[in-house]
Design a protein around this ligand. Structure first.
Ligand SMILES: [Fe+2]
Ligand SMILES: [Fe+2]
Length: 350
């Protein structure tokens, strides 16, 4: 690790320690963040003289696994992958059998690349505008699981297994009638019960498939919650497997940031505030805090729309697990605004 002057920082460098400003109250960046130009500008704005940077060889490794794709290339890869998912899921629906080799190939050759694409979350946000259904949701959860899995140090075969669990997590929904899944109004008790059976139905479909047991368990348990409030079994704490705990975070994040028949999609900032509410009680804190820390770094420098319609760029977030919709921002006329001190919050991505 080397101490590098802020004036000498370049995009791609990796922080060796957390970067704290504002007399120790504001965490600008977490350890392991890969710097972009906006973050470097933000450090200069805060007057941070120098920060610790990881060994350059680690930075080079990071570059090797990061994939550069234009928006068009990403959209093409995404569409091709969706076509294959549609084909595989129709097969599952018809024959109640999962074409495992086909799904694994999809993870190995397509989804892992999409998950490693620079700016993947912005690309997903753009694509979300077009359509939402179980196919898209399954791919989004697989990709977000891949991103979170990497942040949680899953690598190689273990990472691919985790992504496959994300891809298949809702296959039980293929046996739920579309009239219930897409119903805009309030569900009856029977309809709700049919939906709540989907983790178990998914497990049943996969029961005899030749895949590791933790993939099947991850699917069965992805709606369980630490405090026992989840379903179908109401498991608590460590009765829930790690795969299910990771999938549940990716699943909740994608559900909140997607349009649904009954509500509009929310911003990543609102989603992170909602995840923070469930932190400790319902979602595994280690995985959830890892997600929030990395998302905070990811979102610094991004353009947003404030509740008064003004555009601004994110400069810094406050506490570790709170206030994602009220960070410090820089408006288009160069004014720094601490949204915690204002009657303003982020309402859109700009
Ligand atoms: Fe589900
Ligand atoms: Fe889901």
């Amino acid at each position: 690790m080397n101490l590098i002057f802020t004036k000498d920082l370049v995009p791609g460098m990796c922080t060796g320690r957390d970067v704290i400003a504002g007399d120790g109250f504001i965490k600008l960046l977490t350890q392991g963040a890969v710097l972009n130009q906006s973050q470097i500008d933000s450090l200069r704005n805060w007057g941070v003289p120098a920060i610790n940077i990881d060994d350059p060889t680690e930075k080079m490794q990071e570059k090797v696994i990061a994939v550069h794709m234009t928006k068009t290339e990403f959209a093409k890869g995404y569409t091709e992958t969706i076509d294959k998912i549609v084909h595989a899921f129709r097969h599952i629906k018809k024959f109640r059998e999962v074409p495992i080799a086909e799904m694994q190939e999809l993870v190995d050759q397509k989804i892992i690349l999409l998950a490693e694409t620079i700016g993947v979350l912005e690309h997903l946000h753009d694509i979300r505008c077009y359509s939402e259904n179980t196919f898209n949701h399954s791919l989004h959860v697989a990709i977000i699981t891949g991103i979170l899995g990497k942040w949680c140090n899953y690598r190689g075969t273990e990472l691919k297994k985790l992504i496959l669990t994300g891809l298949l997590h809702d296959i039980g929904k293929l046996v739920v009638p579309l009239s219930i899944l897409n119903k805009p109004g309030r569900l009856s008790a029977e309809e709700f019960a049919a939906i709540k059976k989907h983790p178990q139905d998914g497990y049943q479909v996969l029961k005899d498939a030749r895949i590791p047991e933790n993939i099947k368990l991850g699917i069965w348990q992805h709606h369980e919650r630490l405090d026992g409030s989840g379903y179908p079994l109401g498991l608590i704490g460590d009765e829930i497997c790690a795969e299910a705990k990771i999938i549940s975070i990716a699943d909740v994040y994608d559900a909140i940031t997607s349009d649904r028949v009954y509500r509009r999609k929310m911003t990543p900032f609102e989603a992170l505030d909602i995840l923070a509410d469930d932190l400790f009680e319902k979602l595994e804190p280690v995985f959830c805090l890892t997600f929030m820390d990395n998302m905070r770094d990811y979102l610094i420098g991004s353009s947003v729309i404030l509740s008064n319609g003004q555009k601004a760029d994110i400069i810094a977030f406050y506490a570790r697990d709170r206030g994602f919709t009220k960070p410090v921002v820089c408006t288009q006329n160069g004014k720094l605004l601490d949204l915690q001190q204002e009657e303003l919050c982020i309402t859109g991505v700009g």
